[in-house]
Structure formats: C-alpha cells, structure tokens
Design a protein around this ligand. Structure first.
Ligand code: SAH
Length: 448
C-alpha cells in the first residue's frame, strides 16, 4: 500500500469563499411566468415527461431569466406543471412538479432531496461493512425530479454538477440543504460544457460551494475497494459511478483470468478484476490523466494479496487502433471489457453509433480466448437495449461466432430511471463459441 497520510491532512483547511459566492447569485423572479402550450405537450407533461420544448409553447406572458419559475396551464386555465424556465435551451422548461400546484421553496427542495436520499439508503447502509460503498449518485437529474442537476457523493465530499444555468438562482437554497442532509464537509461545483459560455455569476468549475476548497483527489470505497477521484477535473464528476455493479460482476468472473479493460478510464473495472483474482489486467484509455489514476487506484489496493499478485499494465491510446493492433498481433484474453463513451447524443447519430458498437464487438471477439468472456456496455441513451443486443449478436454472427448470454444488466439503484430518455446504460456479458466451419482468420472485414 502506498503511504497515505490521513485524508484530513491532505485537504487544504483554508475556508472557501463559498458563502459569499452563494449570497451574490441572482435569485428567481418573485412572479412566475405563465405558459400556454400545445395539447400534445399538455398530455405529455401530464403523463410525467419532464421536458417542455420551445416548439410546444404557444404563449408566455413575459420574458424570463434562467431559473425563473414558470407555470404551464392548459386551455381551461388548469394547472399542468411548474418548472424551471431555461431560455438558453430548446428544452425551455424543466418540470419540477406536475398535476398539483406547489410552492417551490426550501420545504419543497428538502422533501425532494429526502426522497432521493431514501432511495440510496441501501448503499448508505453499507458504510462500515466489508463491502462498503461510500460513493454514489444522490441526485440523478430528471429521474429524481430535479432536471439537469446531478449530485454525486464521494464520502464526505459531494460534487454538484449543473447541466443548465437554470439552477444557478436556486443554489443558495439547495447547497446548504444538500450539505445538511448528507452531512458533507465540502460541495464541489462542476459545470456541463454547455454552461461554459453562459453567464456564471462568479461560479467556477471545481470551486467549493460549501466548506473548504478540495485541493486533492478524494478517496472513496466501491464494494470495499479503494479508489480516488479527481472531483474537480475528472470526467463527469470524477468517477463513472453507474458501472459500480457491473464492475463487481466482472470482478466475480475474473479469477485466474487475463483481462483487457478497454476504455478503462480511472480503472474501475481494472481494480475489481485485479481484486477478483485476475492474473493480469491491461487498461486502455486515450486519456493519460485517467490512466495515471488507474495505476494509482490499483496501487491503493495493493494490500490485497490478489491485487499485489496481479500484473497490471496500461496503454494510453485510441481504443479502436489499439484493438486492431492487438488483433494483428494475435493477442488473446480470457475476459475483455469494452465500456466506451456515448457514441451519439442525437437521434441522427444512431446508425453510426451502432456501427461503432458492432466494430468493437468484432474486434473484441477476435481477442477473446476460447472459453473466454466479453463484457460490452453502451451508455448511449438513443440506443435501446434490444437494438444494442441485436447489434452485438449480428456482429458476432458476421465474425463467425454464436454468443451464449451470461447476463444483461441495466441501471444500479442510485441511477433510477424516471422517464424513457433516462434509460441509457445497458451491458451484455457473453461467451462466444466459434461456429463450425467459420473463417479461421477472425480479423474484421469491414473497416470503421
Ligand atoms: N470503464 C470506465 C468508464 C469509461 S468512460 C470506468 O469503469 O470508469 C469512457 C472512457 O473512454 C473515458 O475514460 C475516455 O477517456 C475514453 N475514451 C473516449 N474515447 C476514446 C477512444 N477513442 N479511445 C480510447 N479511449 C477513449
């Protein structure tokens, strides 16, 4: 194990100017906007859809600022929903509550947050047990009734990530509540890329909104294994929490295996595979910073005999190219993990995304040892499970394999699915078997 000073000593104890920043933020206008929308939009909102598109709006009684509260009425002037006005986004209103009028105040936010916290109680209860998980998503945006807002907890630090500037006028209420309900030391702010060129009112990426500035990586446990996250600069909020259970699954299949972890990021699957008894693990990612942290995360667990005995090596590189090189070199692994980034955000990109998944399947299968296993995931919300499964099987068939399915997995408990677009994560675990008479050369025919 690396010598580690206690966590307390590694954080800058200097108080942050957090309070002053929150106090200086704009507040929502006292008067609410009144919005009339199409019949179709009324129906969708009543059915629970959290978004109102700009194109569905018939009239608004005035111009609003980001985060002003807006009420949608139907043709009979009946209440439909209340939400955050978001003039910079085509999703012009993000619904906070439907059907029943509400005062969106401290009590309202507290109730919503308490509901969200309650859902994560099973994870919270693991604290202090051998398989403890101390990092999990506490607020998952729309799916927890707080559209465009993510709160990920890493022990006593939380990352609050905004996907819309409409939250800015509500932070002064929200931040102290989150801090209190979770018993946090610090809350770190992250801003989605779309916010970088909008008015930010002194808010900066990585700053503390509550408690002292966080100046080092934050340590946490995932199923009892140690990790660090760079919460200020790392991808998403520092760790891809959504794959936690899939990592444990992969770990449970890793005993004695040689493992290839493609799109490894900071080594989530790598560490679980090593702890699960993998003989060797190779992590591949294009981000040098992520790979560096993957190495460190393995080291953090080197007190475990299985991890100490595992040969870990890393490759910084473009995954498709690295896979092609490995196929060319006729490398083989007992277990191949493929967990790419989302390949499309738009409906128009679905075909291209499916082609990329197929290509990854083809390349990965060529690297799976006889009797071995492939884990392949997709986090494109535009690609449904059925389509993904069909694509993987079709690509396998093309390459001369039948696949025995070991598992299909979806969302973990801290990533609830509240509306159709909220379902994005799916994974497939398969054991390939060569079809009799299939080509001996497993190299993929089509280039990407
Ligand atoms: N498996 C990871 C999460 C993967 S997220 C985990 O368990 O934490 C997707 C990763 O793909 C990111 O780390 C990103 O740096 C990497 N990435 C994106 N495009 C890539 C490419 N073309 N080649 C290699 N890595 C890529």
């Amino acid at each position: 194990m690396l010598p580690q000073p206690p966590l307390d000593d590694r954080r800058d104890p200097a108080p942050s100017p957090a309070g002053a920043v929150l106090d200086a933020l704009p507040r929502p206008a006292a008067a609410r906007l009144a919005v009339r929308v199409t019949r179709d939009a009324v129906r969708q909102l009543r059915n629970g859809h959290p978004w109102l598109y700009e194109g569905s709006i018939r009239s608004v009684d005035r111009t609003g600022s980001p985060g002003d509260l807006a009420v949608v009425f139907d043709d009979d002037r009946r209440f439909v929903a209340i939400g955050l006005w978001d003039p910079a986004s085509p999703i012009r209103l993000k619904v906070l509550q439907r059907n029943r009028p509400a005062q969106i105040d401290v009590a309202w936010f507290r109730a919503r947050l308490e509901e969200a916290v309650a859902i994560r109680e099973p994870l919270h209860r693991t604290a202090g047990t051998q398989g403890a998980t101390t990092a999990y998503r506490v607020v998952h945006g729309e799916n927890d009734g707080l559209p465009g807002l993510v709160v990920d907890r890493y022990g006593d630090v939380a990352v609050l990530k905004l996907y819309t500037a409409a939250w800015i006028p509500h932070l002064a209420v929200l931040v102290p509540l989150v801090g209190e309900l979770l018993g946090l030391r610090s809350i770190v702010l992250r801003l989605a890329r779309s916010l970088h060129d909008q008015a930010r009112h002194g808010l900066e990426e990585g700053m503390s909104l509550l408690g002292p500035e966080v100046t080092t990586n934050v340590e946490f446990l995932e199923h009892g294994l140690r990790f660090e996250a760079d919460v200020r600069r790392g991808q998403k909020t520092g760790h891809f929490l959504d794959q936690r259970d899939n990592r444990a699954l992969v770990g449970s299949m890793a005993a004695g295996a040689s493992v290839l972890d493609v799109f490894s990021c900071t080594g989530g699957f790598t560490v679980h595979a090593a702890a699960g008894g993998a003989r060797a693990v190779r992590s591949v990612d294009s981000s040098p910073g992520a790979i560096e942290l993957a190495r460190r995360n393995v080291q953090l667990n080197a007190n475990l005999p299985a991890v100490a005995a595992c040969a870990h090596d890393t490759v910084v590189g473009e995954a498709f190219g690295v896979l092609e090189g490995l196929v060319e070199a006729r490398a083989r692994f007992d277990l191949v993990v493929v967990d790419p980034p989302s390949f499309t955000r738009a409906a128009t990109g679905v075909d291209r995304a499916l082609a990329a998944y197929a290509r990854l399947t083809t390349l990965a299968l060529a690297l799976v040892q006889r009797g071995g296993t492939l884990f392949q995931a997709s986090c494109s919300s535009r690609v449904a499970m059925a389509e993904f499964v069909r694509t993987v099987h079709a690509a396998a068939g093309e390459a001369g394999y039948d696949l025995e399915e070991v598992a299909r997995t979806g969302h973990p408990v801290d990533h609830p699915i509240g509306f159709p677009e909220g379902e994005y994560l799916k994974a497939l675990v398969v054991r390939p078997a060569r079809r009799p008479g299939a080509r001996a050369d497993p190299r993929p025919r089509a280039r990407r």
